[in-house]
Design a binder for this molecule. Structure first.
Ligand code: ZN
Length: 255
C-alpha cells in the first residue's frame, strides 16, 4: 500500500512536520466498518472488501487533517441521515401510512460533497491515474480540487455530486460504502459511490454530464446503475408508501 510520507495537500503549503495516521474513510462514520473498493492500484483487479479501520495511511499532515475536521463532521451527518432513510423504510414497511409522522433529516449538501471529495482523494493519492479533468500528475490532486475540499471555492461547471435515479433496484452488499473510480485515458473523471446502497457519483470532469454511465462506455457495473439518470445536487430524497410521505432527507445547498 501507500507508505511514502507526503501530505496530499502539500501544494497548499503550511504543512506541519507531523503526519497524521489518516483513516482513508473517516473514522466514526460507519458502524459495521466495511468498505468495498475497486479499481485502485492497491486493490489490483478484484473488488476488495476491507475493514475501514485498516484503511489508514500517512497521507495528510496533522495541520491539514485538522483543517478538514469540519468536513469529517459533515460526512458523519450525511451518512447518518442516509442510514436513517434506509432504516426507516425497513421499520415502516409493515405500518399503515396514515400513522406516519413525517420525519425530515437535514444534510449540508456542500459539506457532504467535500467529504466525498476528501475520501476519494485519500484513496487515489499516489495511485497511477490522474485525478479529475484538471489532473496533471498521476496520483496528485490538482490545486483546484484542493481548493474545493478545503472550502475556498465550490465545484462549478457541472462538477460535484450527482444522485443516480435508479429504478429502485439496489445492489445487495454488506459493505456500507462502495467506491469505484471510473477511468478513461488514465484519468479518473468520475467516482461511483454507494452509501448504504444509495447511489451517487462525484464528477471531477468540467463538462455537461452524459445521459448515463453506459453512454460513456462504462461497463462492469450493474445495468440499473449504468442506465440511471444523473441528478445534480439532489434537494430531497423522499420515501413514501401508498403515495403518503413517510420521511425525507433534505440537502441544503444554500450557504
Ligand atoms: Zn499538509
Amino acid at each position: 500500500m501507500i507508505n511514502t510520507e507526503r501530505c496530499w495537500a502539500s501544494t497548499l503549503g503550511n504543512c506541519s512536520n507531523k503526519m497524521s495516521r489518516e483513516h482513508l474513510i473517516s473514522k466514526g462514520v460507519f458502524k459495521e466498518k466495511k468498505a468495498s473498493v475497486h479499481g485502485f492500484s492497491w486493490c489490483k483487479d478484484r473488488f476488495a472488501t476491507v475493514g475501514i479501520e485498516s484503511l489508514t495511511s500517512k497521507i495528510l499532515c496533522s495541520k491539514h487533517n485538522n483543517d478538514l475536521s469540519v468536513v469529517d463532521n459533515g460526512g458523519i451527518e450525511a451518512v447518518d441521515a442516509i442510514e436513517k432513510l434506509i432504516h426507516l423504510c425497513n421499520e415502516r414497511k409493515h405500518s399503515s401510512p396514515s400513522s406516519f409522522e413525517v420525519i425530515s433529516l437535514n444534510v449540508d449538501g456542500y459539506l457532504f460533497e467535500r467529504w466525498l471529495l476528501k475520501v476519494v482523494l485519500n484513496l487515489s493519492f499516489q495511485n497511477k491515474d490522474k485525478i479529475g479533468g484538471m489532473g496533471e500528475v498521476p496520483g496528485i490532486p490538482p490545486l483546484y480540487l484542493l481548493h474545493v475540499v478545503f472550502g475556498k471555492i465550490k465545484f462549478s461547471h457541472y462538477m460535484g455530486v450527482y444522485h443516480l435515479v435508479t429504478d429502485g433496484s439496489c445492489v445487495k452488499t454488506d459493505s456500507e460504502i462502495v467506491i469505484v473510480p471510473i477511468v478513461k485515458d488514465s484519468t479518473i473523471g468520475v467516482f461511483y459511490i454507494s452509501i448504504y446502497s444509495i447511489d451517487f457519483l462525484l464528477s471531477l470532469t468540467p463538462a455537461k454530464p452524459p445521459e448515463n454511465l453506459r453512454s460513456m462506455g462504462v461497463s462492469g457495473l450493474p445495468n440499473h446503475i449504468l442506465d440511471a439518470k444523473w441528478l445534480y445536487r439532489v434537494h430531497e430524497m423522499t420515501a413514501a408508501k401508498g403515495g403518503i410521505k413517510s420521511h425525507e432527507v433534505v440537502f441544503n445547498w444554500k450557504n
